[in-house]
Write a protein that binds this ligand. Sequence first.
Ligand SMILES: NC(=O)c1ccc[n+]([C@@H]2O[C@H](COP(=O)([O-])OP(=O)(O)OC[C@H]3O[C@@H](n4cnc5c(N)ncnc54)[C@H](O)[C@@H]3O)[C@@H](O)[C@H]2O)c1
Length: 256
Amino acid sequence: MTQGRLQDKVIVVAGGGSGIGAATALRLATEGARVVVGDLRAEAAEAVAGRIVSAGGTAVATGFDIAEDDSVAGLVALAVSTWGGLDGIHINAADLQVILRDSDILDEPLEVLDRTLQVNLRGHVLCVRHAVPELLRRGGGAIVHTSSGAAHAGDPERPAYAMSKAAIHALARHVASRWGKQGIRANVICPGLVLTDAIRQGMNETLRKYALAGCRTPRLGEPEDIAAMVAMLLSPDAEWISGQIISVDGGATMRP
Ligand SMILES: NC(=O)c1ccc[n+]([C@@H]2O[C@H](COP(=O)([O-])OP(=O)(O)OC[C@H]3O[C@@H](n4cnc5c(N)ncnc54)[C@H](O)[C@@H]3O)[C@@H](O)[C@H]2O)c1
């Protein structure tokens, strides 16, 4: 692989076993990063790291649970023990099973709210708490969270998911403000509908046409569209971008 924007940077992808996280891990590696792929499904993380190494890149993988503090500590520690430090983290994991029971705020069991917040919000907090000290040791670094257009869309369903994502925006703004002068940048990407393998499988023609009609682009989103933005935000090209909530959604939303 040729020299890239992220040459030799050590970057963790938390939730890199499939979909957007896997595409991001692959993209970061093509830009020269040394990638730690972490996922609840260890075998999926191993497969992504294997693809990177087969293509000539540098990666290791581990199973981890973003809901468990010790497990998140282990993920960050793997980056440090393998390559001596940490330069960036893409915090991408979300519980996309419990979302199936995220009905409305009167109807849904509180355990659905609790689990959603535990993974999608508290998990991101745990990653930040373990990553920031390591980034500071390097003299700075970058954090990118995956949120969702659902954070600001307004929807009669899935309130826990939307709340968990919206809260990440406040987290990133806090981190950007608290440690910005020490070289830490934190940004958030809000994807629109992205055609991961899982979403493609569940999509019928009616839904595809509806989603496409909502975009200002001729096509729907691919995981690589989000990966490209993550790579940019982690790179020196984004040195003056921090505390931002960036929609990557084919123009589906147009916010100031
Ligand atoms: N695909 C879309 O249309 C879309 C749209 C908006 C936002 N998003 C967001 O993008 C991110 C990635 O979603 P995706 O669509 O690629 O789905 P995905 O299921 O492929 O990716 C989520 C990853 O997180 C992992 N994960 C789940 N729980 C975990 C835990 N407790 N600990 C560690 N890892 C865990 C999963 O195993 C999976 O690999 C999510 O945050 C999701 O909310 C996706």
